[in-house]
Design a protein around this ligand. Structure first.
Ligand SMILES: C[C@@]1(CC(=O)O)c2cc3[nH]c(cc4nc(cc5[nH]c(cc(n2)[C@H]1CCC(=O)O)[C@@](C)(CC(=O)O)[C@@H]5CCC(=O)O)C(CC(=O)O)=C4CCC(=O)O)c(CCC(=O)O)c3CC(=O)O
Ligand SMILES: NC(=O)C1=CN([C@@H]2O[C@H](COP(=O)(O)OP(=O)(O)OC[C@H]3O[C@@H](n4cnc5c(N)ncnc54)[C@H](O)[C@@H]3O)[C@@H](O)[C@H]2O)C=CC1
Length: 218
């Protein structure tokens, strides 16, 4: 067991209340990630130093409570980010969150929180997240940039196709054994290669259904 060993998870934050304490550059970055995922973002901060956060508050995309943090502000939150420039306050928020069983991220001292944010790249349904367990976030950014070169836009289409086909297999095939056989065959199709060669013709529902019917035998 190790203090620097984190369990990676993918959290569904859509429609859930996430609290950001602080309104600077770090809060701006965390807010963007939360909004992308459809979270309901509440910011408590006397000032919004970030222009982007001020715009989001003006548009009503985030809720902003314009005052210093008060104990109890995190009631009802799914996640909390302590992102003020007051290190002691950030740690106090982390203790309060721990007591209430709410996951907390501490921007000024990663180890004081219960989760850290990785550097993330997305290609549609594909998410690659890189974390250095607090060793050096800038190194995580560099690795993410290398991955961005390696994993192109083609993965977005590939995973959309995979999603449609796998969903159809799950919906149409009752036998677990047959499902497994179909899925094995599905993963072996060179869909990604076809997309890259420009030779992929999109499959409509009827074609997917036919493929499922024709590939059930051993
Ligand atoms: C522990 C963690 C907690 C957390 O915030 O989740 C944390 C903590 C701290 N960051 C600090 C500094 C910097 N952080 C960045 C950038 C990012 N930091 C992110 C994550 C994390 N930062 C978590 C660990 C992740 C991991 O282990 O890999 C990223 C990946 C994701 C995100 O924030 O969403 C995002 C890049 C997003 C992207 O571009 O993809 C940069 C670079 C920049 O700003 O360009 C610098 C300056 C360079 C440097 O110091 O390396 C300091 C010192 C503050 C001080 O000196 O006062 C602390 C405090 C401490 O060390 O604990
Ligand atoms: N995790 C990360 O990726 C990084 C973390 N940091 C750390 O995160 C901290 C915040 O960084 P920035 O956003 O750049 O700082 P910043 O100075 O731009 O913003 C701090 C914000 O906290 C607010 N604040 C201050 N006291 C408050 C209170 N009592 N209640 C609520 N809000 C309060 C301020 O009004 C301001 O909006 C830094 O002090 C540093 O320790 C810095 C860089 C990267």
């Amino acid at each position: 067991m190790s203090d620097s060993m984190y369990v990676p998870v993918m959290l569904k934050c859509n429609g859930r209340l996430c609290l950001l304490v602080g309104g600077g550059a770090v809060a701006e970055r965390k807010a963007a990630a939360l909004l992308d995922a459809g979270a309901s973002v509440h910011i408590v901060s006397p000032q919004l130093k970030s222009g982007q956060l001020r715009r989001l508050a003006d548009e009503g995309a985030v809720r902003w409570t314009s005052r210093a943090y008060e104990p109890g502000d995190l009631q009802g939150a799914f996640l909390v980010y302590a992102a003020t420039d007051d290190d002691a306050l950030n740690k106090t928020i982390a203790l309060e969150a721990d007591r209430l069983g709410i996951w907390v991220n501490v921007a000024s001292d990663g180890e004081a929180g219960s989760f850290i944010s990785p550097a993330v790249m997305r290609r549609g349904r594909l998410t690659l997240a890189v974390a250095t367990s607090g060793a050096g976030p800038a190194a995580a950014v560099r690795i993410r940039q290398q991955l961005e070169e390696q994993f192109g836009r083609d993965y977005e289409e590939y995973l959309d196709i995979l999603y449609s086909m796998r969903s159809a297999i799950k919906a149409q095939v009752e036998s677990a054994e047959t499902r497994k056989r179909l899925l094995d065959r599905l993963y072996r199709l060179d869909i990604l290669g076809d997309i890259r060669r420009g030779g992929y013709e999109s499959w409509n529902t009827e074609k997917i259904k036919l493929w499922i019917e024709n590939n059930q035998e051993e």
